[in-house]
Design a protein around this ligand. Structure first.
Ligand code: DX5
Ligand code: ZN
Length: 216
């Protein structure tokens, strides 16, 4: 499978979201990455459901919703109603991860688990069979524009081994500090989905940058 690109709307122009959504529609990007932050799980607040509903009205590609919030289970149905196609929840925020993933799937969405940079892949041993995807944070969650953490490559290797052994259809998504200088190495290491925020939106020609991120 060719790798997928999921531009992060956190770095879009909030004064002109429609223009950036159209840009992604026209580009080679595959998903819209939607970062939801609550100011509790992460030290930042982003945007909530009214904004996502409006993105959904214009978006012609799936919404990949990354929940950086405590007690995410309270809101799965709301995010479904806003148009989420994929929901990823943090391992660190879910006490009953099995129940959380079951609920997301029951609502008809794809379900994934996110690991913070300090959380080892081995914690997924008994839940990987339920994951449509695993998102590895390659920065500490909370902000766009941070530098990529190199240890992520070791984690991709561990995750690939686990996936091959227990759930070969599970996708590996990488989020944080992804750019046109490291995207090839990440795909070669085993990444299936690359999230890119500042690399896309701070570039002079976002459509061209997305094309570069798609090319290996
Ligand atoms: C960070 C978010 C990321 C962020 C990526 O907490 O999960 O999705 O928007 O931004 P860049 O690509 O700029 O590191
Ligand atoms: Zn994210």
């Amino acid at each position: 499978m060719a790798h997928l690109i999921s531009p992060s709307m956190l770095s879009a122009d909030f004064c002109n979201l429609a223009k950036d959504i159209e840009m992604i529609n026209e580009s080679q990007a595959d998903w819209f990455h939607i970062d939801v932050m609550d100011g509790v799980f992460v030290p930042n607040i982003s945007f909530g459901q009214p904004v996502i509903k409006h993105i959904k009205k214009l978006a012609k590609k799936p919404l990949d919703v990354h929940l950086m919030i405590v007690e995410p289970d309270k809101f799965f149905e709301d995010y479904k109603n806003c148009g989420a196609d994929i929901i990823t929840v943090h391992y660190e925020a879910c006490t009953h991860l099995h129940r959380s993933l079951s609920r997301i799937k029951q609502l008809g969405m794809k379900a994934g688990v996110v690991l913070n940079p300090h959380t080892p892949v081995c914690v997924l041993e008994d839940i990987i069979d339920m994951c449509d995807l695993v998102l590895l944070m390659s920065v500490n969650p909370g902000f766009g524009g941070q530098s990529f953490i190199e240890n992520t490559y070791n984690k991709i290797k561990d995750l690939k081994e686990l996936i091959n052994r227990k759930n070969p259809s599970c996708l590996i998504e990488i989020d944080g500090g992804v750019n046109t200088a490291n995207h090839k190495a990440l795909v070669e290491a085993g990444a299936d989905v690359l999230v890119a925020g500042s690399a896309v939106f701070a570039s002079e020609n976002p459509i061209e940058t997305i094309k570069k991120l798609k090319t290996i």
